[in-house]
Write a protein that binds this ligand. Structure first.
Ligand SMILES: Cc1cc2nc3c(=O)[nH]c(=O)nc-3n(C[C@H](O)[C@H](O)[C@H](O)COP(=O)(O)OP(=O)(O)OC[C@H]3O[C@@H](n4cnc5c(N)ncnc54)[C@H](O)[C@@H]3O)c2cc1C
Length: 438
């Protein structure tokens, strides 16, 4: 079916980032937008929606507030409309439960008819100055071609599974599908190994720790030399700012790589309170010096997984500081190995319109566009290499969406803060002589 409407913007993927764009473009009559997602509805990381987990970013990271606190699609308005604002006030906690954030996003979608689900984008072509977006309805299989002037790619990241991990073994699970397998793990797993030093690995370890029976042994292995916390001190949080995006973007490629390699603990790592909760829980288990039935081993690189034995999986590690190889057995292996970006296959027929750097990565313009004309194809959440780790942060999503909307409109519809940090990242203004980018 061909649809003759010409959209100004089609957003592909309705995760939190494109949902924010849908919400912020909603009050702008001259923008005709459509947002598409292959899923049947919004459901935020359901495999990790563990009871009592919270967002890692303050509630103001909702779809609209940091761009326009008066927008009716704010989290505060959601709480007001649903009669929960006083409870939220009394709770006195900026970090809302992930379940509540998910419900809030679903409420936003209910008010945005331009968000269309069960619609998978399969191909895009560029014809006569327009992008022709081919979609398949995932249930009816009906094919539709939609026309748009611009695209915003918000297809998110996918679970990362290292290449040496055996495929198609149901005993090996990525944390993203943890809850689908939790019952089985708890009923059948006598030895469960968890790999990873990030928030997801820690959440899964803690959940199993609280719910396992006394015969189940847990092992938690991480490559870094310690289980380090995400850094929340305020001067470090200033790196999550418009000033810092500007500073980072203006470094050259090599300098950016070096900076990113030093920022692991700021954007990776584990929530500080969660580390302490885990410790305290183990402390209780150990009263009377009882065996807590677990192993926690940092500095451990997993090198090989041998799953040829149908009874147990054999894990081969190296303790990196001691340079000592060692082996462990497990009934189940849970991979907290993070997420990575995969370029969507539907870009195949518009590759010639996309700018690349020497490494073949998107050469992302300052305005988040990746096309040669600098104003047609925008990217969300795939520009860490040019715009820093902030690209993954819900708290900066409204900033990026404001930037994109202003760019499309050619005027500052949403006010964009330029300098919010007390510290200076860029010292060029202090230098005696003008200098080149370093
Ligand atoms: C468990 C977890 C908790 C997190 N918590 C926080 C937090 O507290 N604070 C924070 O700042 N960040 C957090 N993050 C990081 C980040 O904010 C989230 O990953 C967020 O979901 C990213 O949003 P997104 O819009 O890029 O993509 P996603 O949420 O991954 O959504 C992408 C969407 O694109 C759709 N799609 C893909 N291909 C197609 C196609 N061909 N056609 C149609 N649709 C398609 C998918 O169906 C999907 O719905 C968390 C990440 C995880 C995994």
């Amino acid at each position: 079916m061909n649809n003759e409407t010409i959209y100004n913007v089609i957003g592909i993927g309705i995760g939190p980032f494109n949902l924010g764009l849908a919400a912020l473009s909603n009050p702008i009559p001259e923008l005709k937008t459509l947002f598409l997602d292959q899923k049947d509805g919004f459901d935020w990381h359901p495999g990790l929606m563990i009871d009592h987990v919270t967002l890692q970013t303050p509630f103001l990271c909702d779809c609209v507030s940091m761009a326009d606190p008066t927008n009716p699609l704010s989290l505060l308005n959601y709480l007001k409309v649903t009669g929960r604002l006083y409870k939220f006030f009394i709770r006195e906690n900026f970090f809302i439960p992930r379940k509540e954030y998910n419900r809030y996003c679903q409420w936003v979608i209910e008010q945005l008819p331009q968000c269309r689900f069960s619609t998978q984008v399969t191909d895009i072509e560029y014809v006569d100055g327009l992008y022709l977006v081919t979609t398949i309805h995932t249930k009816t299989k009906e094919k539709t071609v939609l026309k748009t002037e611009r695209l915003v790619l918000g297809t998110g990241t996918q679970p990362h599974i290292p290449s040496f991990i055996p495929k198609d073994d149901s005993r090996i699970i990525h944390t993203s599908s943890y809850l689908y397998r939790k019952e089985e793990l708890l009923s059948k797993g006598r030895k469960i190994a968890i790999i990873g030093s990030g928030q997801s690995a820690a959440e899964v370890f803690y959940d199993l720790l609280q719910n396992r029976d006394e015969n189940t042994e847990l092992g938690w292995y991480s490559r870094p030399d310690r289980f380090f916390p995400m850094e929340y001190s305020k001067l470090t949080l200033e790196l999550t700012s418009p000033d810092y995006v500007e500073y980072f973007y203006n470094r050259n490629k090599e300098a950016r790589k070096t900076i990113l390699s030093k920022q692991q603990s700021q954007f990776k790592g584990i929530n500080y309170d969660l580390i302490n909760d885990i410790y305290d829980f183990i402390y209780d288990l150990n009263i009377d010096n009882a065996d807590p039935m677990l192993k926690i081993i940092p500095n451990s690189q997993l090198n090989r997984v041998d799953n040829s034995n149908l009874e147990t999986i054999n894990l081969e590690f190296t303790q990196l500081e001691q340079e000592v190889p060692y082996e462990q057995e497990a009934d189940y292996l849970i991979l907290g190995t993070g997420y990575c970006y995969h370029e969507p296959a539907f870009l195949k027929n518009i590759q010639s319109r996309i700018k690349r750097d020497v490494d073949g990565l998107f050469d992302v313009n300052r305005n988040y566009s990746i096309d040669h004309n600098n104003r047609e194809i925008y990217i969300l959440h795939a520009e860490v290499h040019t715009h820093s780790y902030i690209s993954t942060d819900l708290g900066m999503a409204a900033y990026r969406n404001s930037y994109i909307i202003n760019d499309i409109l050619g005027r500052e519809h949403y006010k964009i803060e330029r300098k919010i940090a007390f510290q200076d990242f860029d010292v060029e203004k202090y230098a005696d002589l003008p200098t080149a980018n370093i």
